[in-house]
Design a protein around this ligand. Structure first.
Ligand code: TRP
Ligand code: SF4
Length: 398
């Protein structure tokens, strides 16, 4: 499904401006262009937080509320919760059978996170397997595109390998060639002829344009079954049936959202502004921000490039305000308190409608349950179809 997008988020704490600028604004654009699936990855939370008593009930509802409040539209996107679609666990288990340990051990986040989160014992089976759980999340919906940040690209790469291997091992039916030939006869003479010549071109010369054309040709066939289509897709490349198509990652531009200390905004650095912070909290947090250390007194000139407040001006302020900052700072014409004020205002203004949305949805918990329920049911029906195919391919049909 080239036009299906899927992405997930772990419910490990409050959403902040980094999530908003780095992820959610991107989802908002995608939901207007693609068949979008967004889910709360609650099982994923246990892969790193298995012994922390995080309040999942609250976090899951709050996460969905925040998504809705910023503008994720439940009428066009499918919003669901991973654990409400237990098929994810089944697919994870079945994929684990064909996935070599070494593939998981060499995923960069495996060692990185173990280094970073030294206080936790991440030598668990679940933590090693979490990128495979993510693969199951993606392959379940046959998502063509997965919006991710740089740090997750390796997981999509793994997903592609996992899918390829699964298709290779279980997609080759007995008599595959014969069956594929029978499927070709169902697409009409003229189409069959072009399919054959494109397939030949691809197999003989590796012509990727021919591959794309043959794939497009199959996409247009309305009258063939899913099985025929999968068979013919695989047959172009000389593979078996493509039961689980390989996704592409859709790299999200690295979020420019700086935190209160100039590093990237992230919960683990403790430098966030939450989407739910009150006006007073926003003001207090910005007031406490460090500035150019060379500016001790008002009469000391500063350099915006050495100041984390300036990075926020770059996100929030227009050109005129930025010029005012540069001039006032480098010529020691204004104090840092004054300089911070426009940033405080802009963030407060940005959060205002979001927080109104949050309040509205918080006052209607039934609506939230209903949105989660309906989205999860819809996701589940897709998941059940995929699992039927997977079980059939593996011969789990008794
Ligand atoms: N692993 C992702 C993260 O930590 C969350 C996630 C789980 C995800 N399953 C996914 C993202 C599937 C994209 C697709 O941010
Ligand atoms: Fe930073 Fe503004 Fe102070 Fe300059 S005037 S050091 S940019 S807060």
């Amino acid at each position: 499904m080239e036009n299906r997008v899927l992405s997930g988020m772990r419910p490990t704490g409050q959403l902040h401006l980094g999530h908003y600028h780095g992820v959610l604004k991107n989802w908002m654009e995608l939901q207007n262009k693609y068949d979008s699936y967004f889910f709360v990855a609650d099982w994923h939370a246990f892969t790193t937080h298995y012994s922390d008593k995080i309040d999942l009930k609250t976090n899951v509802a709050d996460m969905v509320i925040d998504w809705l409040a910023v503008g994720i539209n439940p009428n066009t996107s499918t919003i669901f919760v991973q654990s409400k679609v237990p098929e994810h666990a089944e697919l994870h288990l079945l994929l684990s059978m064909t996935t070599p340990l070494s593939w998981l051990e060499r995923v960069p986040s495996y060692k990185d996170q173990q280094e970073k989160l030294k206080t936790k014992d991440l030598g668990t089976y679940g933590f090693l397997g979490y990128p495979l759980l993510q693969s199951a999340d993606i392959l379940m919906y046959k998502a063509g595109l997965v919006p991710v940040g740089e740090d997750q690209v390796a997981h999509i790469e793994l997903t592609r390998e996992v899918a390829r291997r699964f298709n290779y091992v279980y997609g080759r039916e007995a008599d595959f060639e014969k069956k594929a030939e029978a499927s070709i006869s169902k697409i009409g003479k003229k189409q069959a002829k072009s399919y054959r010549s494109l397939r030949k071109a691809y197999q003989e010369t590796g012509d990727t344009e021919a591959l794309a054309k043959a794939q497009a040709l199959l996409k247009e066939q309305q009258n063939i079954t899913l099985t025929d289509r999968e068979r013919l897709l695989g047959y172009i490349e000389g593979l078996g049936k493509i039961i689980l198509p390989e996704p592409e990652s859709l790299l999200t531009k690295a979020s420019k959202m700086p935190g209160l200390d100039g590093q990237k905004m992230s919960k683990s650095y403790g430098n966030t502004i939450s989407l739910r912070d009150s006006e007073e909290q926003v003001e207090a947090k910005i007031r406490r921000m460090p500035t150019d250390p060379a500016r001790i007194k008002l009469t000391d000139a500063g350099d915006p490039n050495k100041c984390p407040v300036w990075q926020l001006h770059e996100v929030y302020s227009d050109e005129q305000t930025c010029d005012w900052v540069k001039d006032g700072c480098t010529h020691a014409k204004m104090g840092c308190v004054e300089c911070k004020q426009p940033v405080i205002n802009s963030i407060q203004v940005e959060l205002l409608p979001i927080q109104e949305g949050i309040a509205k949805y918080q006052s209607d918990p039934k609506l939230i349950s209903q949105i989660i329920h309906e989205g999860s049911e819809k996701a589940r029906s897709v998941a059940q179809e995929t699992m039927t195919e997977v079980r059939e391919a593996m011969g789990i049909i008794y």
